[in-house]
Write a protein that binds this ligand. Structure first.
Ligand code: F6P
Length: 320
């Protein structure tokens, strides 16, 4: 059997350990592993290569993806998908593993319905916003990058008696912001999932300032679009000089954490088991309540990820 792997959409830490496990496991199982470079674009342009152990040696600790990534519009046109299919057919590749988000899974689902190429999607995004899974590859590393940044900013905030608004990524999802706020001791957290009340929040903070608080940390999710407003609120309502730090793409980098290295391997091993045992795979592997399962792409695409209620409840104290 010949199986190929590729990375698609926003990169994240953990992709390289997954690629390494894929190649090594394939050789153990007498499967021929192929690497597709540049995501769906490389699939169209035949940037596909049989993998050797050398391709994946020394990559386990590296962030990003050695296969590079892309967001492809061309793949949504049938003529380009037909080229992609011919590229796979010429190499005898019958099955795919894709590390990406639900946009990439949807694209491959169309491909599956066109040409019957089986695939398993491994949820990989720092946003942790894919329906059906508790965890997406890369989230733990991103949270640790954010934690380091917040700890560092706290040094200057406390030294200079300032409020800092620290904006995290996550698209429409507030998971990164919420978990970071809860684990880094922020005073304020603003995310799309929680209603906030600046009046009551302000009363509490002003009281703290009266009692001696002279700096503060607020974490905002990019999807809340509130960073500038919170900065002005700190200055005008709370009376603290304020600055904004948008963490940006630094959150996508960094050496994969131990957790991401391990779960990367587990995702890949389970995906290979499924592809070897079963046919008609057009599924996402999910990690739910501590174990792995497979759900079809339609279910993943039509559902909306929600942060678990226990975490949201804890976050309420930081936004009202
Ligand atoms: O999906 C991952 C992510 O990093 C989001 O958190 C962010 O909104 C977006 O990608 C940034 O996209 P780009 O890399 O295209 O600027």
């Amino acid at each position: 059997m010949n199986i190929a792997i590729f990375t698609s959409g926003g990169d994240c830490a953990g992709m390289n350990p997954a690629i390494k496990t894929f190649v090594e496991e394939c050789y153990t199982r007498e499967i021929i592993p192929y690497l597709i470079y540049d995501g769906l674009e490389g699939l169209i342009d035949d940037n596909i290569k049989k993998a050797s152990h050398c391709d994946v040696s020394g990559i386990i600790y590296r962030g990003g993806t050695i296969l590079r990534s892309s967001r492809s519009k061309r793949f949504f046109e049938k003529e380009h998908r037909a080229r992609a299919y011919e590229n796979l057919k010429s190499k005898g590749i019958e099955k795919l593993i894709v590390l990406g988000g639900d946009g990439s899974f949807r694209a491959l689902d169309i491909f599956y319905h066109d040409f019957g190429i089986d695939f398993i999607g491994i949820p990989s995004t720092i946003d942790n916003d894919i329906y059906g899974t508790d965890y997406c590859l890369g989230v733990d590393t991103a949270l640790n990058v954010i934690r380091q940044a917040i700890d560092d900013i706290r040094d200057t905030a406390s030294s200079f008696k300032r409020a800092f608004v620290i904006e995290t990524m996550g698209r429409e999802c507030g998971y990164l912001a919420l978990v970071s706020a809860l684990t880094c001791g922020a005073e304020v957290c603003i995310i799309p999932e929680l209603e906030f009340n600046l009046q009551t929040l302000g009363d509490r903070l002003k009281d703290d300032v009266k009692k001696g608080r002279n700096y503060a940390i607020a974490i905002t999710a990019e999807g809340s679009n509130m960073s500038e407003k919170i900065e002005a609120w700190f200055e005008n309502e709370i009376g603290l000089e304020s600055r904004i730090t948008k963490l940006g793409h630094i959150q996508r980098g960094g050496n994969p954490s131990v957790f991401d290295r391990l779960i990367a391997s587990e995702f890949v091993i389970n995906a290979l088991d499924q592809l070897s045992k079963m046919s008609n795979n057009h599924h996402t592997i999910v990690y739910k309540n501590g174990s792995f399962d497979f759900i079809d792409i339609d279910t993943v695409s039509s559902g909306t990820y929600t942060i678990k209620p226990e975490l949201l409840k804890m976050g309420q104290a930081l936004c009202r």
